[in-house]
Design a protein around this ligand. Sequence first.
Ligand code: SF4
Ligand code: SF4
Length: 139
Amino acid sequence: MPWIKQEMCTGCRLCIKECPVDAIAMNGSGFATIDEHECIRCGRCHDVCPQDAVRHDSERIGQEIAENLRWVRRLLGHFREPEEQAAFMERMARFFKKQEKVSARTLTVIAEAKGDPGKFIDAAIEECSDNHAPDSSKG
Ligand code: SF4
Ligand code: SF4
């Protein structure tokens, strides 16, 4: 999803006026910010911004990896013994593998949701709800 690079934002509010779902607001520092759960990825804010401050999601990959690793590094500090640290790292690896499976299955559903995507997604939600593990043979 788009995001706003605060160093480049002048607070002109053009993107706020353009957003069809009111997903952009000014923060306390006078910069625009996007509510990622409300944003429908229409791209209008990107097109209208005169400062090129609305950036593409792919630019944040490195930043998000660094955030993950900072989190792991901080928690690792609670363990002193090498065996404890190794066990912790295995648990974190399991956590991120789970995240990988969640992303992979979500991507599969999105890719397969053709024709009537809403209906297809509703069926997939039903299948995955109530803690039922998705069929791993489906990807
Ligand atoms: S249009 Fe660009 S510069 Fe203006 S408030 Fe939005 S992000 Fe900031
Ligand atoms: S991409 Fe569209 S919906 Fe999302 S914040 Fe920009 S204008 Fe709003």
